[in-house]
Design a protein around this ligand. Structure first.
Ligand SMILES: Cc1cc2nc3c(=O)[nH]c(=O)nc-3n(C[C@H](O)[C@H](O)[C@H](O)COP(=O)(O)OP(=O)(O)OC[C@H]3O[C@@H](n4cnc5c(N)ncnc54)[C@H](O)[C@@H]3O)c2cc1C
Ligand code: SF4
Length: 316
């Protein structure tokens, strides 16, 4: 591991200012992704700003009837929260489908949103990877692409976003709250938070350098049945090949977001109009622009069948 310096931040604004001031600085929260990447020298921050001491670990009800989830709320605490289980079951289920109990005890809300791809070539420093080393090429294109993206990819990168939680956040219309280095704050709609790879797959979100996530806000509950179904190679402790997060109302309308298919959680609001007509109609609209590789073309029928099972479960 490359040497680095370390400090503990005492306030969100101070953390953001320190990150902007110090070249090569990164925040560290649970460390369950960043430390692995540092050990492999995929990430080589020169300075770590530990945000664990910031008072961002509470879940509060908002005046609008939603929830404000602090950036440092651990995945375990979020999944177990009574209000989340009752009103945002999709979020609780998606969290519990991810990682392991030990990891969820450490992993934070902000860190989960910002975890990096699991593309195997991103982890293999002997291989070209535009995300790890911009301009070096993409070993996955023409290589092993089974777990990778079928939609929204580019000639520079076909990676997927690995987070289960982010799929639920997308279906729930979450907003990411931040503070920037000059102390100003903003809210970023989750739809605008994760980027598609384009020519710059190394830039994964719309955060600016030094910008700290302080919370994620959920609007008031929308009711309906909340279902998260994750298809993976092993029954547990594995990332999604495909996942479907859905909220289905009594009349068959609702919302659908997908994981495991794109560089960000995939949701096409227009496709949701097809929900009463069934999985085939929704998938046709959701994945209309899909460009799978030979190795991952199986994901298209897999999405349709998984969504079919979800809609059947909702009816049942
Ligand atoms: C073996 C294994 C299996 C896993 N399986 C799954 C799975 O099935 N599904 C799934 O969804 N996830 C899975 N994960 C990933 C896990 O969910 C993430 O590692 C975790 O959520 C990251 O959170 P963290 O707090 O540890 O982030 P960290 O590792 O501390 O940080 C991650 C990134 O977020 C940045 N960051 C952290 N906090 C902030 C903040 N407040 N503001 C701005 N930037 C910040 C850091 O600088 C870093 O770039 C797995 C991980 C492992 C190791
Ligand atoms: S798909 Fe993206 S992450 Fe994977 S090798 Fe290509 S550029 Fe790197």
């Amino acid at each position: 591991m490359k040497p680095f310096t370390y400090e503990r931040a005492h306030s969100p604004a101070e953390a953001a200012a320190a990150a902007a001031r110090t070249e090569g600085a990164k925040f560290i929260a649970g460390g369950t992704n960043l430390l692995d990447l540092m050990k492999l020298e995929i990430e080589t921050p020169m300075h770590l700003i530990d945000v664990n001491g910031l008072a961002l670990d509470t879940i509060e009800t908002t005046p609008e009837g939603g929830l404000r989830i602090g950036a440092l709320v651990r995945n375990t605490a979020l999944a177990a929260d009574e209000r989340v289980r009752r009103d945002y079951g999709l979020l609780s289920r998606a969290l519990l489908a991810g990682a392991s109990g030990q990891l969820r005890n450490k992993a934070t809300t902000a860190g989960n949103l910002l975890q990096r791809t699991r593309c195997p070539y991103f982890y293999d420093t002997n291989q070209p990877c535009n995300k790890r080393q911009p301009g070096s090429g993409c070993a996955a294109i023409g290589g092993f692409s089974r777990p990778l993206a079928v939609i929204g990819a580019s000639d520079a990168c076909i990676a997927t976003h690995p987070s289960d939680m982010a799929v639920a956040m997308r279906a729930l219309d979450a907003t990411v709250e931040t503070v920037r280095s000059d102390g100003t704050t903003r809210g970023i709609a989750i739809a605008d938070f994760h980027r598609l790879p384009g020519d710059t797959p190394d830039i994964e979100t719309t955060l600016v350098p030094g910008e700290l996530i302080t919370a994620v806000t959920l609007p008031k509950p929308v009711g309906g049945k909340h279902i998260y179904r994750k298809v993976r190679d092993r029954a547990s402790y594995a990332f999604a090949l495909v996942s479907v997060g859905a909220i289905v109302q009594r009349d068959g309308t609702g919302r659908v977001a997908l994981g495991g298919v794109a560089h960000r959680p995939w949701r096409v609001e227009a496709a949701e109009a097809e929900m009463p007509r069934g999985a085939k109609a929704v998938t046709g609209r959701l994945l209309a622009e899909a460009r799978p590789t030979q190795e991952n073309a199986f994901k298209l029928p897999l999405v349709e069948r998984t969504l079919g099972a979800v809609l059947a479960e909702a009816k049942g």
